[in-house]
Design a protein around this ligand. Structure first.
Ligand code: 5U1
Length: 312
């Protein structure tokens, strides 16, 4: 109905009209996008000791005395697909995958179908150019609905929400993506031409004020001990969360300190992902095959009863 009205009265058609989310014709392929500011990955920590080492490195680099506390932002690490959303004068211009961090794929048509991604930002002092970075993912409920529909239709089901999200974004026909209950949460910014606050938490709050979803679980804490408490608390809630997470991300909150800390290869020194321990299950050893290599080396290979673990 809206499309008919907009056809009859083209002057009423706006860039953020819901009709502009609906997929049109399928693409032949995705074009490449070069990330002007590379999309980084995160170093991992698997223990409290590694978290203490992370803080020690920060303290040393910033020359901070032992009795000073570092301000951190904590957020769940969503198990989805990292993307970049480019807004020009408040209008969504381009959506791209992370790719290898330097070059990704243009998935604008697919991104436009995701209802939680605003086509137009609301509010004041929106930067002329604003690149929002975050994760597109399938909440657990959406994943279950998608799979039960696939079962009913006699189609193949997805093995886990992450694969389903990645597969949905890889569709050349955005009408298929539009039927997938994907959602988005922002966690940082890339290219910015305009003013932003001087802390990570305040930047995220500003994004939220403009209508961009951020994590409701985001918290700011003082010191690495408080990071560990946040980790323990979220780990205990993990199974009950409405989405899959594979850890907690901790970031130095003060942007000036982030700048001083900089990066090593592809990862910032001011952030770390505290990963949950690997999930373990038991299964049955069905037998052992002895494979003989070209040199005569013998490799015993266990044949295990298939078992579902960590989403695979
Ligand atoms: N929650 C969250 N996930 N995540 C992933 N924050 C976050 N930050 C990231 C990444 C790769 O990178 C920034 C530290 C740049």
């Amino acid at each position: 109905e809206l499309q008919t009205i907009e056809q009859d009265y083209p002057q009423l058609l706006t860039a953020d009209s819901p009709s502009q989310r609906v997929g049109g014709v399928a693409l032949d392929s995705f074009s490449q996008v070069v990330h002007e500011v590379p999309m980084l990955s995160l170093d991992n920590a698997f223990s409290n000791e590694e978290m203490n080492d992370f803080e020690r490195r920060i303290r040393d680099r910033l020359n901070l005395p032992d009795n000073s506390e570092i301000d951190y932002v904590c957020e769940p690490k969503l198990d989805g697909v990292a993307v970049s959303l480019l807004y020009r004068n408040g209008l969504l211009e381009r959506g791209a995958t992370r790719g290898d961090g330097r070059v990704g794929e243009d998935i604008t048509a697919n991104v436009r179908t995701i209802n939680s991604i605003p086509l137009k930002l609301q509010g004041d002092n929106i930067p002329e150019l604003l690149e929002v970075r975050g994760e597109i993912y399938l909440p657990r409920k959406g994943f279950e609905q998608l799979n039960s529909k696939a079962l009913e239709a006699g189609e193949k089901t997805f093995v886990n929400p992450r694969n389903a999200a990645a597969g949905s974004l890889r569709q050349l026909d955005s009408r298929i993506t539009a039927r997938r209950p994907l959602t988005f949460t922002a966690y940082s910014v890339g290219v910015v031409e305009g003013e932003l606050p001087d802390s990570q938490a305040a930047i995220l709050q500003r994004l939220s004020d403009w209508g961009i979803p951020i994590s409701p679980y985001m918290a700011t804490v003082l010191g690495v001990q408080a990071c560990e408490s946040y980790y323990e608390q979220l780990a205990s809630q993990r199974a009950a969360l409405p989405f899959d997470i594979d850890g907690i991300v901790f970031k130095v909150n003060t942007i000036a300190q982030q700048r001083l800390l900089g990066f090593v290869s592809r990862a910032p020194r001011w952030a770390i992902a505290r990963k949950f321990p690997a999930e373990e299950v038991s299964t049955r050893l069905l037998g052992v095959d002895f494979q003989v290599g070209r040199t005569g080396a013998i490799t015993p290979v266990a044949r295990l009863e298939p078992v579902f673990v960590a989403g695979v």
